[in-house]
Design a binder for this molecule. Structure first.
Ligand code: IPE
Ligand code: IPE
Ligand code: MG
Length: 240
């Protein structure tokens, strides 16, 4: 069965999961930690190279203050609780997103785990926090613009590769498989550049309910795709 090298997931539906149970929304976020662990394990077991998880978007800052602070608290707790295990399992953990917007405490915890796991060669795990696809693209634009302004680079020399080297996922293959839980069929400002040829899988399952069977179903969907990248089926060596 063909496996993706890189899986990217929008973990959506925590709030509705909580509301359906008459619980406050943060209870849904808390219940969303277990499926994160599960996906990391599933990827590790299958030797999938990279996993990128969307945990908090640029736009999520506009949610009620209590929800934002409970999420930030959850990130801190989960980091503290999980980092030994992740490190023991050879996971390299990195955060992508606008870091300066995070509390100094969270920023320094992030820097510490990135440093600690930086040399690990197992699963390459990215957590997108305070992340937006447009923010990411603008960062890459600023990088190439600065290099052009200094005369180091000519505009004509800006290729896909030169540009993408300034993005958060530089050095990783583009995601092969995108999964969004929670029933919505949109990208919500996730990896706008990198999803150009990604296979998109949507499920109505709410994130706290996402389980091994849900992950398997997404992998099965991926295995059944004919990836043509713009070629004819014949050229791409696929049947259709
Ligand atoms: C995803 O769940 C987690 C974050 C966006 C932080 P939501 O909180 O968006 O859950 P719903 O979509 O309201 O159910
Ligand atoms: C996308 O979910 C962001 C994350 C899961 C972190 P949202 O719940 O914020 O997306 P919209 O608002 O439904 O598009
Ligand atoms: Mg949502």
């Amino acid at each position: 069965m063909a496996l993706p090298r890189h899986v990217a997931i929008i973990m959506d539906g925590n709030g509705r999961w909580a509301q359906q149970r008459g619980l406050p929304r943060p209870a849904g976020h808390k219940a969303g930690v277990a499926p994160v662990r599960l996906c990391i394990e599933q990827c590790g077991r299958r030797r999938i190279e990279a996993l990128t998880l969307f945990a908090f978007s640029s736009e999520n800052w506009a949610r009620p203050t209590e929800e934002v602070s409970s999420l930030m608290g959850l990130f801190l707790d989960a980091l503290d609780r999980e980092v030994d295990d992740l490190h023991a399992n050879g996971v390299r953990l990195r955060f992508i997103g606008e870091r300066q917007a995070l509390s100094v405490r969270l920023q320094s915890r992030i820097a510490a785990v990135e440093q600690r796991t930086g040399q690990n060669t197992g699963l390459q795990l990215q957590i997108a926090v305070s992340y937006g696809g447009r923010w990411d693209i603008l960062g890459a634009v600023r990088t190439v613009a600065a290099r052009c302004a200094s005369g180091e680079l000519r505009p004509a020399d800006i290729t896909d590769e030169v540009f993408a080297a300034g993005l958060s996922l530089a050095g990783l293959p583009d995601p092969d498989l995108f999964i969004r839980t929670g029933g919505e069929r949109r990208i919500s400002n996730f990896l706008l550049w990198n999803l150009a040829y990604t296979e998109l899988y949507f499920t109505d399952q709410l994130w706290p309910d996402f389980d091994a069977a849900g992950f398997d179903a997404a992998l099965q969907y991926f295995a059944e795709r004919n990836r043509r990248f713009g070629l004819t089926g014949e050229q791409a060596g696929t049947s259709a």
